[in-house]
Each structure stands twice: as C-alpha cells, then as structure tokens.
Design a binder for this molecule. Structure first.
Ligand SMILES: Cc1cc2nc3c(=O)[nH]c(=O)nc-3n(C[C@H](O)[C@H](O)[C@H](O)COP(=O)(O)OP(=O)(O)OC[C@H]3O[C@@H](n4cnc5c(N)ncnc54)[C@H](O)[C@@H]3O)c2cc1C
Length: 492
C-alpha cells in the first residue's frame, strides 16, 4: 500500500512540499480551505486591472526552478521570469531620488555619488553581506534547527568561529550607523529589516545579509505576474498526480497516542475522516495548534512570540501613467525611528509612513488598461490587536494621497478610478495568518530563529512548513521550509 501524506493548505510552501513528497513516493492530498491555491499569493482582476494581492518582490527564482528540476520537467513549460535591470526607485521627502541599479559595480558608483560615501565602504558592506549569507544560510535557512546533525556540520563550526563577524547582538540600525555617515543610506539599508516584518531598531545586524540577495543575486519579475509562481507549482503538482481538495477547511488533525493519524473535514454537511501516515500543516502555526489540535496545549512560545508586521494595502486602478515610477518604488518617511516605534511599540499606523508602490503594469502592460497603471500601495502596519482599522484606513488613505501628491506634483486622488483595500483583519480572514502577520513571527529577538516552530512537531508524523514555521516568511524562506520539512520525512 502506498503511504499517504496530507498537506493542510495550498500556500507556496504547501504546494512546494506536496511536490517534494510526491517525488518521495507518497500519495499526496492537499486540502485547502479556499476555492483557490496560492494562499497569500492571490490575485484580483477588476475593470481591466490585475493586481497581485500579496507578494510583489521576487528573488531567488532558482528555488522555484529546483522543483521543476526535481520532477525532470522543463520550467519554461509552466513558468517564465526575467531579471530586472533596476531594483527600485527611491524617493525622499526633500525631493531627492535614487535609482538603484541591479549591477553591483554600477550601484556602488552611483551610490557613492548620491550618498557621498566612499566606494570602498560600500563595496565592503556588500561583500560583508554576501559573507554573512554564505556563513549562515546553510545552517539557519536550509537546515532544521531541531536536527542534531545541523550542529555537527562543518558549516556550523565555520559560523561559530566567525560569530564575532556576524554582529548577532548589535541591532541592524546600530550596525549601519557604525559604518555609514549618510542618514539616507542608513535608512536605505535599514529598510531590509522589513523583508521579514521586523524593525531595524530591534532586529539583529545579522539581517545585513539580506541586501546580498537583492543586490548580488538580483530581483526578478515573473512574466505573468507574481500569482503565476504559485499557479505554476499548482499545475505541476496536479500533472504529477497530487490530489487537491479545494474549498475544504480542515477542522481537526486526528491524534492518537501522540501520533497524527489524519484529518477531519466536512463534505456536503457530513464529517469525513481522511487517514494519513504523514500530516504536514502549511497553515499558520498558531491556527494549527489553537483550532486543529484542540486537545494539545499550544506551546507558550508560540502564543507569546511577537508577530511580524502586517500591511495595509490599497489596490488602486490609476487612470494615467507616471514616467518617474518603475516596478518597485519607495517613498521614505522623514523619521524612520518614529515610524517603527509607532508600528511595533505603539501598535498603530505611522503618522508619516514609508510608502511602497508596486506597479506590475510597468513590466506587463496588460495588467492595466492602455495608458493606465495598477498601483499596489502598501504601508507597514502592526499585526492586528483590535485596533480601529476602519478609522485608521481612512486616515491613512488621506496621508498617502497627500504625500504622493506632494512628491509627484499632481493630485493623485483625481486619478484613482478603482480601489480595493486589504488590512490585517482581511489578511487573517483570507489565510488564517494569526493577527494578519505577513511573515509569521518577527525577527526582532536575536533568539527568534530558535523560538520559531520547528518543521517536525513533538507529535509523531506531524510536520510544519510555511512562513510561520522555520526558517520564516517570504517566498524564498517558505520554499526552504518546504524542502527542510520534506527532507525530514523518510522516502519510501
Ligand atoms: C501583502 C503582502 C505582501 C507580501 N510581500 C512579499 C514580497 O514582496 N516578497 C516575499 O517574498 N514575500 C512577501 N509576502 C510574504 C509571503 O506572501 C508569505 O510569506 C508566503 O506567501 C506565505 O506562504 P505560506 O505557504 O507560508 O502560507 P500562506 O500563503 O499563508 O498559505 C497558507 C494556506 O493554508 C490555508 N489554510 C489555513 N488554515 C486552513 C485550514 N484549517 N484548512 C485548510 N486550509 C487552511 C490558507 O487558506 C492558505 O491558502 C507578502 C505577504 C503579503 C500578505
């Protein structure tokens, strides 16, 4: 009899894990609450505009490609992407503007001019970022921290010998202030803390490895939009025989003698039990413990760990186009420290937010009517703690319109012809992400990597993958998570 594996949730990590388990010889069923797959990586099409609802920045495409390689299938049959020449357009409140080239030497030359820092300091910072990534990724991002073998590897010994150079106990902001003089450059690099939903004033300086991914390895655009990443994996999984049950919420994971035996679902009003040898939860870890494992005590650290930031997103159909904008655009706040204090300490929206605008129609013109643009306008937000989101949303819309109108020199409100808004409550409602956190738990605590849910649970045959489990959120880490989980499960 072929062994059965059930994956709860068809987010990017659930899809990737299903493909890996299928390859290992399991009969895999993915059970997804929503009528669609992709989880946070969903899409909205209205009035000629197409919006990617969730992730907008695509790095490390090789992690997606590896799943096609695993199944000996040409990637081009399902998925295509291109490298970006320009990483991002950055705007500051004083009207200054920096276009970040994807070519490192060109970036160094232009950044030296713009920020007034020496090329040597900039190059050394980027080299250091690459070194930190090379030292830590094989342990913290690609292996299970709960597996004793991780600690016996030469990679771990190398990292231990180099502990001093990793700046673990410095904050990212302090690290940048020690290196750079220019406040704008410090803000530029501090922003990378938000790639895992953390504050640069709290998270460890080890996060200075993140720029390496964007600035050396590059940023990419999937030619059919971000949504096509998940859809290509869904199509491949179906073609390889993975079975999908959509519109099917899992109500419970059945556990007997501390071993997962399957799940409980409702079909046409009747409870059904699906047996399995392995259960993998791609659903949020807090949701999994609280709702799906009612007789198991949720571990204290899962309850107590601070959640990552969330987001407030305005999807705007814009009836004109802006030549000063690109695919990725950042409009910085005046006072970054206050902005993060408001988000993480006061748990409210920032008075003066940093605004991110993603415009996929710059790369894929069919995402908006001719001469128009599809704006994904996002500000960092605290995880949902019962704030008055209706009030906050209205005020934030006015702030964003005022700020962008000032910076772009036209009244933006005149050009918004379509609007949809997603707040932390909506994010939780759509995907069960606890408090609407974008990346599971935050990395504000230097011990965060060790406190995050490990991929193998203390319950036999129950595993976790996805943004709230090890090694964390964001597409690349979710894909690592799926691999770590599948590697822990024996092949048949
Ligand atoms: C607005 C936004 C912007 C982002 N920007 C970026 C970015 O630019 N780059 C980047 O890399 N990352 C970004 N992220 C983060 C990234 O989207 C996530 O880390 C990643 O998509 C999470 O994938 P996942 O597989 O962990 O889970 P999810 O996508 O959360 O999927 C979990 C799935 O489980 C299902 N589920 C939950 N409970 C049950 C149940 N009881 N029964 C059945 N199914 C269930 C859910 O419906 C969902 O489909 C962003 C996220 C958001 C929301």
């Amino acid at each position: 009899m072929q062994k059965k594996a059930i994956v709860i949730g068809a987010g990017i990590a659930g899809l990737a894990c299903s493909l890996r388990l299928q390859k290992k010889g399991y009969k895999v069923t993915v059970v997804e609450r929503n009528s669609y797959t992709g989880g946070k990586m969903h899409v909205l099409k209205q009035h000629g505009y197409r919006f990617d609802l969730g992730p907008s920045l695509f790095t490390m495409p090789e992690l997606v490609a590896s799943l096609f390689k695993l199944h000996n299938t040409p990637l081009e049959k399902y998925f295509s992407y291109k490298k970006k020449d320009i990483i991002c357009h950055y705007f500051w409140p004083d009207g200054s503007f920096f276009k970040a080239s994807a070519e490192p030497e060109e970036w160094i030359k232009e950044a030296a001019d713009f920020f007034g820092e020496s090329s040597e300091i900039l190059r050394s910072y980027l080299d250091n970022s690459a070194r930190k990534y090379a030292l830590t990724a094989p342990i913290f991002l690609e292996k299970s921290l709960a597996d004793w073998k991780t600690y016996l590897s030469t990679n771990t010994l190398k990292a231990i010998f180099n502990l001093g150079t990793l700046n673990i106990f410095n904050t990212l902001d302090k690290h940048h202030k020690d290196i750079f003089k220019n406040k704008k450059l410090i803000q530029y690099f501090n922003r990378f803390a938000t790639y895992n939903g953390s504050s640069p004033y709290k998270t460890s300086a080890i996060m200075s490895m993140i720029p390496h991914l964007e600035m050396h390895k590059g940023t990419y655009f999937p030619t059919e939009g971000m949504h096509s990443i998940g859809q290509s994996l869904y199509q491949l999984a179906k073609d390889k025989g993975v079975h999908f049950l959509l519109s099917t919420p899992v109500l419970k994971i059945n556990v007997e003698n501390n071993s997962a035996k399957g799940i409980e679902i409702v079909v046409n009003g009747a409870t059904q039990y699906l047996e399995a040898d392995i259960v993998v939860s791609n659903a949020d870890v807090f949701h999994t413990y609280e709702k799906l494992l009612p007789t198991i005590q949720t571990p204290k650290r899962i309850v107590q760990e601070e959640r990552s930031s969330s987001g407030l997103i305005f999807y705007w159909g814009i009836s004109t186009s802006f030549s000063s904008l690109d695919l990725h655009n950042i409009f910085f706040s005046e006072d970054y420290h206050t902005e993060f204090k408001e988000i993480f300490d006061k748990q409210t929206l920032p008075t003066d937010p940093t605004i991110y605008i993603n415009i996929s129609s710059k790369e894929k013109p069919s995402d908006a009517p001719k001469g128009c643009e599809n704006w994904f306008v996002m500000v960092n937000a605290p995880a949902n703690q019962g704030q008055d989101w209706e009030d906050l949303k209205q005020k934030m819309k006015q702030t964003i319109v005022r700020k962008l109108s000032d910076q772009l020199g036209v009244n933006i409100a005149d050009y918004i012809v379509y609007e949809e808004i997603l707040d932390p409550i909506g994010i939780e409602k759509n995907t069960s992400a606890y408090q609407g956190a974008l990346y599971g738990t935050s990395s504000n605590d230097p011990k965060a990597a060790f406190l995050r849910q490990s991929n193998k649970s203390h319950i036999e045959n129950l595993y976790f993958c996805g943004g709230s489990a090890h090694p964390g959120g964001g597409i690349p880490l979710c894909l690592h998570s799926a691999k770590i989980t599948a590697d822990l499960i024996p092949a048949l």
